[in-house]
Write a protein that binds this ligand. Structure first.
Ligand code: ATP
Length: 226
């Protein structure tokens, strides 16, 4: 993201990709205007939050008219640096890592997994969906050479911190951590932690303990409106 977004609240920044994805779909379907109520229904964020979010980047919807889809799209594209490709490396080509290589975020035009790393000699040198798997011995060198800025960690938890300490040396700015390990990083690196097992357990817990709550994406709403 560029400088402008560093001034907006983090909770707002987190919702930007969500708005962006929905607006892109609207644009494809030929829609030119959207109201905050429509947006709210689609992205499950309350409309007051949407209006507040949009006010941070100067997009002011008119009553009864809504927001101009093209204007917002151009704005989000610029704000999210959608024109600038972020190079991503995946570390750990196990079951989850392999799935990511197949998926490879192809619907997002600004992110791509460029290379992968593993310690398993059987996997090193192979390609999955055009992404080559390198030996961990080459990690720092390749990350720097290819100007990788984001690393996805899909290794066993026990290996996560050692790998993190190594990628600190390269120019990596962000880590998407799929391991249960809590990572120590310097302030120059941002870590987003996604523990799929915990998310699943938490969902099941809510289903069991709050069965009668308004379930229409209520937990989802809690996360996004937070
Ligand atoms: P698989 O079925 O291929 O073993 P998995 O997801 O069940 O996958 P994990 O033990 O979680 O297996 O390991 C994920 C991947 O991380 C494996 O491909 C493994 O070879 C790799 N790996 C393990 N330790 C390291 C390490 N220190 N550095 C890089 N990759 C590693």
């Amino acid at each position: 993201m560029n400088e402008e977004t560093t001034k907006i609240p983090q909770a707002t920044a987190k919702r930007l990709p969500l708005y962006y994805r929905f607006l892109k779909n609207l644009h494809v379907s030929g829609k030119q205007r959207v109201s905050s109520a429509e947006l709210s229904e689609a992205v499950k964020v309350d409309s007051a939050t949407i209006r507040r979010d949009f006010s941070y980047f100067g997009a002011l919807g008119k009553k009864g008219y809504g927001y101009n889809v093209n204007y917002l799209l151009t704005f989000f594209r610029k704000t999210l640096d959608q024109d600038e490709l972020s190079k991503v490396a995946l570390i750990g080509v196990g079951n989850l890592g392999t799935a990511f290589l197949h998926y490879n975020f192809l619907k997002n035009n600004n992110t791509k997994i460029e290379m992968a790393f593993d310690v398993d000699k059987e996997k090193i040198g192979k390609e999955i969906c055009g992404v080559r798997i390198y030996d961990m011995d080459e990690l720092e060198e390749k990350l720097e050479q290819e100007e990788i800025t984001v690393a996805i960690l899909t290794v066993p938890a026990s290996a996560a911190q050692t790998i993190t300490d190594r990628i600190k040396q390269a120019n990596v700015k962000g880590i998407l951590n799929f391991t249960p390990a809590r990572l120590n990083v310097p302030s120059s690196i941002r870590v987003h932690h996604i523990d799929l097992a915990v998310e699943l357990q938490s969902l099941i817990y809510f289903l069991k303990n709050y069965p009668n709550e308004d379930t229409e994406n209520s937990q989802d709403k809690k996360n996004l409106n937070g």
